[in-house]
Write a new protein. Structure first.
Length: 94
């Protein structure tokens, strides 16, 4: 499962401004989960919990991204948007 977010603000300015109290909830966050190890189910559950708590905390752009060899190239989109990756992967591939 790879969910793409469109229409988000892009932050190319000073990174310290991105994380100011006023703006940090507008920064896109991708919760990375999955992998190919036997710990994949734990990673999936962790990602659901983290994403739910981020939304409850008021973060506006929270996305879950399943990381497997076929989707790892999508990480470029996170970097290009100035987003944050929250890694919940477990095991050898994580």
């Amino acid at each position: 499962m790879t969910e793409k977010i469109t229409g988000l603000p892009t932050y190319s300015e000073n990174p310290l401004n991105i994380l100011s109290t006023e703006r940090r909830r507008d920064v896109p966050i991708a919760v990375l989960y999955g992998g190919i190890s036997s710990e994949r189910p734990g990673s999936i559950e962790s990602s659901r919990t983290v994403a739910k708590l981020l939304v409850q905390a008021g973060y506006k752009y929270v996305d879950r991204m399943d990381i497997v060899p076929q989707t790892i190239h999508n990480l470029e989109n996170i970097i290009a948007r100035g987003g944050i990756a929250f890694v919940t992967m477990h095991g050898g591939f994580g």
